[in-house]
Design a protein around this ligand. Sequence first.
Ligand SMILES: [Zn+2]
Ligand SMILES: [Zn+2]
Length: 888
Amino acid sequence: MSDAEYDHAAVERRWQEAWDEADVYRTPDDVEDPTYVLGMYPYPSGKLHMGHVRNYTITDAYARYRRLRGDDVLHPMGWDAFGLPAENAAKERDTNPRDWTFDCIETMRDQMESMGFGYDWEREITTCTPDYYEWNQWLFSWFHEEGLVDRRDAEVNWCPHCETVLADEQVEGEAELCWRCDTPVEQRELEQWFLKITEYADELLEDIDDLEGWPNSVRQMQRNWIGRQEGTELEFSIDGHGSVDAFTTRVDTIHGATFFALAPDHPISEGLAETDEDVRRFIEEEADPEGDEPNGVETDLTATNPVTGEEIPVYVADFVLSDVGTGALMAVPGHDERDHAFATKMDEEIVPVVAPEPEDWDGETVPEAPDVSEEAYTEDGVLVNSGEYSGLESDVARERLTDEIDTAEWTTQYQLRDWGISRQRYWGTPIPVVHCHDGCGSVVLPEEDLPVELPEFINTTGNPLDAAEEWKETTCPDCGGDATRETDTMDTFVDSSWYFLRYVSPDLVEAPFDLERANDWMPVDQYVGGIEHAVMHLLYSRFFTKVLADHEGLEHREPFANLLAQGMVQLEGEKMSKSKGNVVSPQRIVEEYGADTARLFMMQAAQPERDFDWSEEGVRSTYAFLNRLKGMVEDYTANEPNGEDDAVASYVDSEIDATVAIATEKYDELTFNRALRQTQDLVRTLRQYADYAEPHATTYERGLSAVVRLLAPVAPHIAEELYDELGYDGFAAAAEWPTAEVDRDHVRKRRQLVENTREDVRDIVDVAGIEDPTELDVVVAPDWKYDALEIAVESDADNLIGELMGEDHIREQGDAAADYGQDLQAEREALSTTLEPEAEYDALESAAWLLEREFEAPVSVRRAEEADESVLKNAEPGRPAIEIEDGN
Ligand SMILES: [Zn+2]
Ligand SMILES: [Zn+2]
């Protein structure tokens, strides 16, 4: 076998060109319902990094696998091409964002091709082209028509020196300084455009339950983000300030409200700050809503509990958030952990008003109040210390109190806010609106005026669109008078909220997507991307899909049937990042070892969801594996073997079947690492086979051919090369997937038996210091032990030995039976059944060559009836007795 390294660059280039020429990855428009495999499209930032490579290797491997299984596959790629980094890069390099972006795209597309990713490039989309972004504008106009667009004041970052709005990314450090001039940034209210995602809050929340192909973590993050809470809104009156709305999910605890708390930006808090120095300092300097512990400052106000009439102190506290609920709450330290922590710190009273329901509660008696001085009791229960409500269960009390308190009503609160899409920057989709000077107000442009194209980039400190005087001036579509264009652009999450629909018909000029085809092809069957998109991108995409279903006839209400959030590629336990300087360049790896090595190493290193550490050693050993495999195939074709179809061949045959069956199942589950481990084990078995004897040609070729196809999704170039070498016509990428039916339980037990036996032999050789084994005897246990094991596995009797001795044929074994019974008793928890004795004999017989090869000694496998009593006592089901003759 040759040790020479193969010319991976030549091999990979050859097959990339061949695929290209044959259009192997093209998805024709007329296929019915392709399996849609999609990786989140990248931001063209310069070069592919390892995170990209992992993401796209996962989708590529799965897309290739589905194609090999006979599916039509849709596997497109595009560019999330708008965004602030391009604007900054253009300024730094004195170019414009468009040129810079297209340069990056060029580079990254080349890199993707060199990685061998099988995309249908005819479907490529680039969001910064008018062909694409006009549909963002069209969707905006159309959302507007459906009443899903709103314009209202919202806070933006404002640099008073540059006199410009800044994006969050342009505000630097904790001191919040302008990125250009280091002036402290202020907040300003500006009119902004919003998409009313909150109208879909309930559906977005409820449908999460049906997303069974999504990771639970992502589903939970979306639930939390939407943050629906059912509760009671009611008024507390604050002296001198009238009624203040408060929201609570636990109105049953109202008798235990010992203080009242306002958010730092609640209007009352802001008013107090003007006269009360402590409040001002707290709001401006101390409040930290993200901090671990609740902080606050007492005011000189009191609030009146609407049920008890009691006056309680009012605090301004940072754990009350103005954008959640009403920005004001009644604090019940006896029954809320955070309120408890705050009350303890401020030395406020803690009163128990709910008790755990006693086990044999009669439904009437008021139970004893719990001790809540150390810890809040946060569960529902039975009310105590609550006047006429004492003795009611929590849920009943909530109903009655909400009914009976004058100002109280049931409400549902959400954490989800409408989606503000206005960005005061250049490199995005212009919002298709003009502001009329003659009283029409803000007018959304009709379809015929679209697209509104971006003007040439102007390098300015402020928003380039604002500086584009000529572009800005226009006429009003309603009255024909003078008007000014909106200079805000859209959040780039708008682009990505529907791009998966554009791939279906990327060149369509009449509509954003072909409805009929989208109905056939959607949803995306397998979506893959980073966990950082768990909320915004994935939630906005769901929102768009639902709106399109309601108003445009899309027949799918969810965009992504299955979602995989891939783990990170780390270096020495840390996330790779340019700023830390711990980056492994995909390009270098491809140059040194080839794309196949990089892909195979990544995919076998870990399950796709897990983080893993990059290891140069792992890369080298992957490369060595591919070289060895190539050598094996070349040796085979150069010298076709002429061996017997014997027991060894039958062992190898059964291993081929087992590998194919298990690897296929693992590919279906996207646990590529397991599929690849199986495949590599088979390669080892084949190598050992060729090393041990002249292989049976049909068996050996079948094995090599299976390996090549099992590797084809992950290492596609070398797979093509070897498929060709083996004499097949056509592409490995379009080959037929190998299939085999096996009894998985049988395979597992057989492999375990062989492995145990080999290990035992190694142990004996080692412990007994045998230097030159001349003969190995492997003896299968007697039948009665299998019976005893089966009884032990199934029995739940306390006295197992008694039960065993109840069987005549076991009891007849005398001491041997008693000894074995004791062994079984001792290991009872861990017992499992094995193959039948005859099947064990066959399995060992066919695997004997592995022992012969490893220990260079003849092996005889014997049945129990052919062996001495003294040997048999060591034989157990699943663990044959072993005797070794030492030649020394
Ligand atoms: Zn500035
Ligand atoms: Zn007008």
